[in-house]
Design a protein around this ligand. Structure first.
Ligand SMILES: Nc1ncnc2c1ncn2[C@@H]1O[C@H](COP(=O)(O)OP(=O)(O)O)[C@@H](O)[C@H]1O
Ligand SMILES: Cc1ncc(COP(=O)(O)O)c(N)n1
Length: 267
């Protein structure tokens, strides 16, 4: 098989920096064939979110069943889900269609501080999606919310929380350290047996951090069918994101936290 079909199930960003728009850019840049199922229409840009229109769960199911009745899917990235009903619709489709290589980015709050997941839907993420995902990619506030604990403040705290997320039912956890300070930005991958690996990149001095989490999770999904292990896919996805962050200053998009610059990767 030389062509890989990668599906994003997520919300939209008209400014093209986050959500489905970012996911499709990352899929293409990394050699995947990109597809998308929309869970919510979001009026947002680099400065924040104005309004969210949730897609009815039955219509999320309709999009998924229509697509999956025709097209083979080789990997899935799940992003913004918005409501409990949409979470249940996605969980049902994963089971009905036997989807595999699932990367769940448990998106809760935008960089601007606006909520992208209803507070009462966190329990559904825990019970319906954590056990169905092959890899979850929370940032520090998301990990804390999933565990009902304060945020980790260092690498030791991150490791303890990633291990607790595995105990909670996640198969693998990539806990992202972008919200900590320091000259490096380090993410921690913890696997099913508790084995841990760090992925470190020099911190890029930029305000263009809109969509970094979306880009990383999508890059992992695009690369996983092309790599032998999750660890290799994560390592190359992080290298792609770091370079896209370095190139972000070439863009002139908006007045707030701008997007990263997707580029055709060298591999
Ligand atoms: N300034 C930065 N320089 C380099 N990497 C960064 C920077 N900010 C975030 N990252 C990386 O971007 C990814 C997303 O990180 P994070 O900000 O923690 O998540 P989210 O975008 O979900 O809030 C992680 O791999 C993190 O290490
Ligand atoms: C539709 C949508 N999904 C996700 C994010 C979070 O983006 P980030 O990658 O900056 O955490 C967003 N702002 N909008």
């Amino acid at each position: 098989m030389s062509s890989f079909n990668i599906l994003s199930i997520a919300g939209t960003d008209p400014s093209g920096g986050a959500g489905i728009q970012a996911d499709l850019k990352a899929f293409s840049a990394l050699g995947g064939y990109g597809m998308s199922v929309v869970t919510a229409l979001v009026a947002q840009t680099t400065t924040g979110v104005t309004e969210v229109l949730d897609v009815p769960p039955e219509f999320v199911t309709s999009q998924l069943d229509t697509l999956l009745g025709d097209v083979r899917v080789d990997a899935v990235k799940i992003g913004m889900l918005s409501t409990t009903g949409v979470i249940e619709a996605v969980a049902g489709a994963i089971d009905r269609h036997g989807l595999t290589r699932i990367v769940l980015d448990p998106v809760m709050v935008a960089k601007s501080g606006d909520r992208l997941l209803a507070a009462d839907a966190i329990e559904a993420v825990r019970s319906e999606l954590l056990p169905r995902a092959d890899l979850i990619t929370p940032n520090l506030p998301e990990a804390a919310d999933l565990l009902g604990e304060p945020e980790a403040v260092d690498l030791d705290g991150m490791r303890a929380q990633a291990e607790r997320l595995v105990k909670l039912g996640a198969r693998r956890v990539l806990l992202k350290g972008g919200h900590l300070d320091g000259e490096n930005s380090t993410d921690l991958l913890v696997g099913p047996e508790g084995e841990a690996e760090t992925f470190t990149a020099a911190r890029v001095a930029t305000d263009n951090t809109h969509g970094t989490g979306c880009t990383l999770s999508s890059a992992i999904a695009a690369l996983r069918p092309q790599r032998a292990t999750w660890s290799q896919a994560v390592g190359d996805a992080k290298r792609y994101l770091t370079e896209a962050l370095r190139r972000a200053d070439e863009l002139e998009v908006g007045h707030g936290k701008g997007p990263v610059h997707h580029f055709h990767a060298w591999w």
